[in-house]
Ligand binder design. Structure first.
Ligand code: ATP
Length: 320
């Protein structure tokens, strides 16, 4: 199957060993590999697809540990650079009372932010059938220029461009800057996926409906998706729109659900981009992506919870 190249950050989340405590109260932390683009790359291979990760890690124990995890999961690592000076990014993560995650980042600057355009493995990017990215790599130079160049090269090579902003507001200088920069590559993306929280942030409207979603619509977009947690997702194309329900599961940790959803979606359309234009086939793919997202919430952490194709098909069969 076609190669899916995922571009951006990979880092280590430090997660309290007990839940419901503040960072200061936490008695200890567990390392959890993360970074949305890296999660997407692993979600793809877990389902049986082919993926590569492009980004920069610190030339330190954590950086080599993360690259080792990607390699072990079957992700092509020829697009990874190691920075001699800067450290691999870290984030301390707590779950707030309302279930949303809160992040405290150590990036001063971290290696991922220092990827330079001239360090890109262009041959690898040119071999992509789909190219996926977020918005964290847009925040600072030189990574921002590397991100824009990689998008351009992938586009010229005929890849489908897929964008999941993954808003991390504390990393931006201001909310206005975040909104402006996140939207600056909207028109350059074929697939755009936002969560309900991001929809609200980007539009300024707390009404999660078609009217609000369509303010994010642009004629250049092939598929706009809004994910709604346990309520599934909504989809918008130039010809049709609708919603696909998710599945009832015992949710313990939603980390990585969106990345699993994106990995599943890309795996199913990478070899036939025209599925996007066929509502019946697209709905089937979104049902599969919802199943993958749902399963990812049933275990702690993102990567350990990512499903195989069999796992997702079983959940779909059980709910037929
Ligand atoms: P993340 O937590 O990775 O940032 P996200 O906010 O980008 O995720 P979500 O909307 O939480 O994305 O989840 C993506 C998809 O996963 C949803 O569209 C849905 O299909 C599935 N999903 C997420 N949470 C649940 C849940 N509690 N029950 C069932 N399905 C879920």
């Amino acid at each position: 199957s076609g190669l899916i190249v995922s571009f951006g950050e990979m880092l280590i989340d430090f997660v309290p060993t007990v839940s419901g405590v503040s960072l200061a109260e936490a008695p200890g932390f567990l390392k959890a590999p993360g970074g949305a683009p890296a999660n997407v790359a692993i979600a793809v291979t877990r389902i049986g697809g082919r993926s590569a990760f492009v980004g920069k890690l610190g030339d330190d124990e954590f950086g080599h540990m993360l690259a080792g995890i990607l390699r072990e999961k079957g992700v092509v690592c020829e697009g990874i650079n190691f920075d001699k000076g800067a450290r691999t990014a870290l984030a301390f993560v707590t779950l707030r009372a309302d279930g949303e995650r809160e992040f405290m980042f150590y990036r001063n600057p971290s290696a991922d932010m220092l990827l330079k355009p001239e360090e890109l493995n262009l041959e690898l990017i040119r071999s992509a059938k789909a190219f996926h990215y977020g918005s964290i790599s847009l925040i600072v130079e030189p990574c921002r220029s590397a991100h824009l160049k990689a998008m351009e090269v992938a586009r010229e090579a005929g890849a489908l461009l897929s964008y999941d902003p993954n808003l991390r507001l504390p990393l931006w200088p201001s909310a206005e800057e975040a909104r402006e920069q996140i939207l600056s590559i909207w028109e350059k993306s074929d697939i755009v996926k936002v969560s309900d929280v991001e929809l609200e942030f980007l539009t300024g409207s707390d009404k999660i409906d078609d009217e609000t979603a369509l303010t994010l619509w642009r004629p250049s977009i092939k598929l706009l998706l809004v994910t709604l947690g346990e309520k599934g997702c909504r989809y918008y194309t130039k010809d049709f729109r609708g919603a696909v329900d998710s599945f009832h599961v015992k949710t313990v940790d939603t980390t990585g659900a969106g990345d699993s959803f994106v990995g599943a979606l890309l795996s199913k359309i990478v070899d036939d981009h025209s599925i996007i234009e066929d509502e019946v086939r697209l709905r089937e793919v979104l049902r599969f992506a919802n199943a993958c997202g749902a399963i990812t919430t049933t275990k702690k952490g993102a990567i350990p919870a990512l499903p195989t194709e069999e796992d997702a098909l079983r959940l779909i069969r059980e709910n037929h």
